[in-house]
Design a protein around this ligand. Structure first.
Ligand code: OAD
Length: 261
């Protein structure tokens, strides 16, 4: 299927052109076309192949730090090898067109930043910001991409330089709170925006999934970009069913914000 700017609802193109404040709320689907697996897609999603409770909880890290650290090192290597795709680039381009754009992501990769987005709010932390599990001191990972450690390899976490406790991945695990400042800023941006674009997220994981609903409650236009239906379909003003790397550039062109490419 070829998506052209004619497929974009004119009312959405106009809303994007006229919006003064935009929130772009992203999930794993925005990085899918960079080769990073999503979580819940039936055959390819990480949670169809791996047990979240055994890998993404504080209890799992305490019980098997080498299993958990090895799995996150595998994902960090993938993230370092991946390149931003046209969806990340289109989101970064939006901010250069004059509106105030707040990018709020559930993703733990850094592809928005590498595409040129600034001030990205990471609600679920980052693969690239490990810290001590006891004293919280940041731990600086290798700058160069590590050799791919393989998806099932056990690797003992390094010891914190300050207190000697194991270093942990800088991500939010199930049962943990979101980083308070990022969450507060994201809520504020969702309450104030004219337009919220929800891109590549199943809109199932709370509290992050509250953001589009918060924007709707304050009168913003909400549009979703996703090849599959989500619970947000029934509430959003516009549902663009297709891949983000095609639809976001088409949306910019339809809005007159991009003239070529
Ligand atoms: P999910 O895996 O739940 O959802 C990814 C969404 O992306 C699905 O709805 C897909 O249909 C959609 N998708 C797939 N390919 C796409 C493409 N090319 N363009 C656009 N959309 C596409 O991922 P998230 O919603 O990000 O949390 O999941 C939320 C949280 O659940 C994650 O941050 C993670 C996970 O457990 C933690 O680890 C705490």
């Amino acid at each position: 299927m070829t998506t052209t700017h004619q497929d974009i609802p004119p009312a959405l193109a106009r809303a994007l052109r006229e919006a003064r404040r935009i929130v772009v709320f992203t999930g794993a689907g925005v990085s899918a076309e960079s080769g990073i697996a999503t979580f819940r897609d039936a055959l390819t999603g990480l949670w169809s192949r791996f047990d979240a409770q055994a890998l993404a909880t504080p209890e799992a890290f305490r019980a098997h730090p080498d299993v958990v650290w090895g799995w996150y090192e595998w994902r960090r290597a993938q993230s370092l090898r991946a390149r931003p795709n046209p969806a990340h680039l289109a989101i970064a381009e939006l901010a250069r067109r004059g509106a105030e754009v707040t990018v709020v992501t559930q993703n733990v990769d850094d592809l928005h930043e590498r595409a040129g987005s600034a001030g990205v709010l990471h609600l679920h932390g980052s693969l690239h910001a490990p810290r001590c599990s006891a004293c919280g001191q940041p731990w600086r990972p290798e700058a160069d991409p590590p050799e791919d450690p393989g998806e099932g390899r056990r690797i003992m976490p390094p010891a914190c330089g300050a207190c000697g406790a194991p270093v942990r991945p800088g991500v939010v695990w199930f049962g943990e709170s979101l980083p308070a400042r990022a969450w507060q800023e994201a809520r504020g941006a969702a309450e104030r925006c004219d337009l919220l674009l929800s891109v590549g997220t199943s809109a199932l994981v709370y509290p992050a999934a509250e953001l589009p609903l918060l924007a709707l409650s304050k009168g913003a236009v909400v549009a979703q970009v996703n090849p599959a239906a989500t619970p947000l379909d029934a509430r959003a003003h516009h549902n663009l069913h297709g891949p983000a790397a095609t639809l976001l550039p088409a949306l910019l062109r339809a809005s007159g914000l991009r003239h070529s490419g």
